[in-house]
Design a protein around this ligand. Structure first.
Ligand code: AHM
Ligand code: MG
Length: 344
């Protein structure tokens, strides 16, 4: 077995500084922002791990802006991340799943806008199943004379300058991209540092896992029903039937998809006519990660990161994962839409 020497371990901090040094003109502000998020992630991870013993599980007794009950850990995570971003003067505004409007940090100066889903998969908190934090970073348009407002934040995902997630699972994993590939870190709790474990993650070209909440099957469009049947059909040559895996925490489902390949789908349905997941702080950042690893993400018609948003909390359907799997489901959707059109 290969013996790893302590000297060869690279921490998140070191990695970010090394990456910054490759760009002589870099101001270091984005690096600082990523380090701030890394620190907040460690604090959230610590709290998630001791949640059962510190009475931080359970409802806060309020609903968030989407009418979902707010868990105490959601509030804690939101507070930690926003406080971390407040400390440096780099971020001018934060948009978080937990807050209806924008959270303005500094009206002048800060050049970054950060979207957050502080604790995604919150219905899994009480049952000790993996949850995660998601972040997405944009540059503010250089217009420092006036106050920032919501319209500054309405940018398509292709303009993200950085994005990532932290998965609080059997270990705590952080993945981020600045558009130069995806780097993956694991938290070593004994030294309190995120340690680099892969500097250029690649998603498998094709996978044999499909991930979708099949409870809504009856209200899916025909093309999607047929695609799921295709995944379940017996065909040893293409390794079908595929395996079904669905955790119900998008970060955990996407992390598995990134490592093992396959597809994650949250479609529109009768219950969620626009899809359930949020474009700006769930779908865009995770699409940026998956695309940077060589994958694909679509809303069923267009690339997720090409969508021009109308609202900070807008929802979208999503089909995301290995390029071959996503291309295949989109072919099914197209074929059955055309068939329905011809029959109408
Ligand atoms: P949340 O932001 O309230 O936690 O909801 C988002 C979560 C995602 O993590 C997950 O993919 C999805 O909701 C699961 O939804 P469902 O229970 O409808 O399958
Ligand atoms: Mg969420």
């Amino acid at each position: 077995m290969e013996k790893r020497s302590v000297e060869r371990l690279v921490t998140l901090e070191e990695f970010i500084i090394q990456a910054q040094n490759r760009f002589p003109g870099a101001t270091g502000e984005l690096s600082q922002l990523l380090r701030d998020i890394g620190l907040a992630a460690k604090i959230i991870s610590r709290e998630v791990n001791k949640a059962g013993i510190t009475n931080i599980l359970g409802d806060q007794g309020e609903e968030n802006i989407h009418g979902e009950s707010v868990k105490k850990l959601d509030v804690f995570a939101d507070h930690q991340l926003i406080s971390a971003l407040k400390r440096s003067l780099i971020t001018c505004m934060v948009i978080s799943e937990e807050n209806e409007g924008i959270v303005q940090l500094r009206s002048h100066g800060g050049k970054y806008i950060v979207y957050l889903d502080p604790l995604d998969g919150s219905s899994n908190i009480d049952v000790n199943v993996s949850i995660g934090s998601i972040f997405s970073v944009y540059m503010r348009e250089p217009r420092y004379d006036s106050k920032v407002n919501e319209s500054d934040a309405l940018q398509p995902g292709k303009r993200q300058v950085a994005a990532g997630y932290v998965l609080y699972g059997s270990s705590t994993t952080l993945a981020y991209t600045t558009g130069l590939g995806v780097s993956l870190f694991t938290l070593d709790p004994s030294i309190g540092e995120f340690i680099l474990c892969n500097r250029n993650v690649q998603i498998p070209e094709k996978g044999t896992i499909y991930s979708i909440n099949e409870g809504s099957y009856n209200s899916w469009e025909e093309g999607l029903k047929r695609y799921i049947k295709y995944c379940q059909e017996e065909d040893p040559e293409s390794n079908r039937p595929y395996s079904a895996r669905y955790i119900g925490s998008m970060v955990a489902d996407i992390h598995r998809t990134l490592i093992k390949g396959g597809i994650f789908i949250y479609p529109h349905s009768k219950r969620y006519p626009e899809g359930k997941l949020r474009l700006m702080y769930e779908c865009n950042p995770l699409s940026f990660i998956i695309e940077q690893a060589g994958g694909r993400a679509s809303n069923g018609e267009v690339r997720i990161m090409d969508i021009y948003p109308d609202a900070i909390h807008q929802r979208t359907p999503i089909y995301i994962g290995s390029p071959e799997n996503v291309t295949r489901v989109l072919d099914f959707l197209k074929e059955f839409k055309e068939e329905e059109f011809l029959m109408s």
